[in-house]
Design a protein around this ligand. Structure first.
Ligand code: PXP
Length: 238
């Protein structure tokens, strides 16, 4: 069974649009987990455009399954994560002007900065996943860095989900990246741009343990409620 971590960033986006105290990300997390999500993901951005520090502190208390904190490997974020100790950190690249995460980390170009950040997080007892494009060079680099450095990686499914994409060849890239990661003993996750319409074929890849889905679920939740939106996504996952 493929697990679903619900990214609730855009519950906070709605709240920040008015600078009020609702809707509450914690309430959204409780409803999502109640409807069958295996965990909750939030991306604490350097510019705090949606999720705030206090949200993460509250979610640490409220989330019953896995709390996955997405963040850039900056000194500020590393210090916060080590203080909060979420169950998992997913390291992502972050560009202040971007609308959403634009691609995976470049482990080949990053030198020692990512391994150092991963080491600090794992020393604090936090599982670490890295957001990577489905490229063999990235996954091989992660496998070379040592098995106990990062616990797994999240395959960026963005290209596969884009309208007009050659979805068969993009899916093949995801399948190959997932197989390579699993052969290297890494846990494999996937996400970005997934919807009830495109999720099934990614969910069918057996070594992908968990999907990380946000925008589509929160958008649907605005119309039908968080529990119904999560149940619809779980049904689409199969
Ligand atoms: N995975 C990562 C690393 C992301 O940055 C995001 C977006 O915050 C997601 C998954 C979820 O993407 P979406 O909101 O398109 O479902």
């Amino acid at each position: 069974m493929t697990l679903l971590s619900v990214n609730i960033d855009h519950v906070a986006t709605l709240r920040q649009a008015r600078g009020v105290s609702y809707p509450s990300p914690s309430e959204a997390a409780r409803l999502a987990e109640g409807a069958g999500a295996s965990g909750i993901t939030v991306h604490l951005r350097g510019d705090r455009r949606h999720i705030q520090d206090a949200d993460v502190e509250e979610l640490r208390e409220v989330v019953r399954g896995k709390l996955n904190l997405e963040m850039a490997a900056t000194e500020e974020m590393l210090e916060l994560a080590i203080r909060w100790r979420p169950d998992q950190v997913t390291l992502v690249p972050e560009r202040p002007e971007e609308v959403t995460t634009e691609g995976g980390l470049d482990l080949v170009a990053a030198g020692d900065s990512i391994p150092e950040a991963v080491g600090r997080l794992t020393d604090a007892g936090i599982s670490v996943s890295l957001f990577l494009d489905p490229e063999a060079a990235q996954i091989e680099r992660l496998a070379d860095l040592s098995h106990d450095l990062a616990n797994g990686f999240e395959i960026n499914t963005d290209h596969y989900t884009r309208p007009g994409a050659d979805s068969e060849s993009e899916l093949e890239r995801i399948v190959e990246a997932a197989a390579l990661g699993a052969e290297s003993g890494l846990r494999v996750y996937a996400g970005h741009g997934l919807t009830t319409d495109n999720v099934r074929r990614v969910a069918e890849i057996p070594v992908i343990e968990e999907l990380n889905i946000g925008h589509a679920i929160v958008s649907r939740a605005v119309l039908v409620g968080m529990e119904a939106a999560v149940r619809e996504m779980l049904a689409a996952i199969g």
